[in-house]
Write a protein that binds this ligand. Structure first.
Ligand code: OGA
Ligand code: MN
Length: 220
């Protein structure tokens, strides 16, 4: 197997990992990859997240975009900090290298024409949640793939904070799947198709979350 070896840490980010991600995305419109980041990589991102959080750089997240944008903690209660890949510290660059490799692979294998991405850190304080929603906006369909990578240490199912994906089987029957925000785990799904929900947790729930996008076409 041809390894891309994009990681500087112990974890080797391999083409076989991307292969299984693409297979699952194509078949189920979602994929879950444990150890997408190694424990030491999670540690680096968590350290930066907490620094930004404690220096007051996080803001309550909104819902919708453009004219439809507003904030409503009865729908969404997480706080976020947008990351600028141009200015993040050197030791976080591996994360964007990994995202770029994922984009190249998806473009080669799925003809997705992804051209951009945007990522933010997110922190759900105990009790906050994000009700069932779709990530693609009504007026802008540039978000194609949603990615959440969890940055929590020693998460236990008793802590709650699961993401629930709302899915349909081959017969069209609805069912759902829950995943806990275990450090290093990556959950990704089609932004325009998969409704999902974040349940409250008993402790702060940390992640880096973002979207792989095509260039938005400005509409009316
Ligand atoms: C989001 C979202 C899921 C999660 O930020 O849009 O649905 O598990 N996040 O944090
Ligand atoms: Mn979402």
């Amino acid at each position: 197997m041809n390894k891309l070896s994009l990681s500087s840490g112990a974890q080797t980010f391999s083409e076989s990992l991307l292969d299984s991600l693409v297979d699952s995305l194509a078949e189920n419109s979602y994929a879950v990859v444990d150890n997408f980041l190694s424990a030491s990589e999670v540690e680096i991102l968590r350290k930066h997240l907490l620094e930004n959080y404690h220096s007051g750089e996080f803001k309550l997240a909104g819902i919708g975009n453009a004219a439809n944008y507003n904030k409503d903690t009865t729908i969404r209660g997480d706080q976020i900090f947008w990351l600028d890949p141009e200015t993040v510290s050197e030791d976080m660059q591996f994360f964007f290298d990994r995202i770029n490799a994922t984009i190249s692979y998806l473009n080669r294998t799925c003809f997705l024409a992804l051209q951009e991405y945007e990522f933010h850190f997110a922190c759900y304080q105990p009790g906050s949640f994000f009700k069932r929603h779709l990530d693609a906006f009504k007026s802008d369909d540039s978000r194609k793939i949603s990615i959440v990578v969890y940055l929590n240490e020693d998460w236990n199912e008793m802590d709650g904070g699961n993401i629930r994906l709302y899915l349909d089987d081959e017969t069209g029957a609805s069912y759902s799947k829950d995943f806990y925000p275990i450090g290093g785990r990556m959950v990704c799904f089609r932004s325009d198709l998969i409704e999902h929900e974040v349940f409250p947790s008993g402790r702060p729930r940390l992640s880096v979350t973002g979207w792989l996008k095509t260039r938005p076409v400005l509409g009316f």
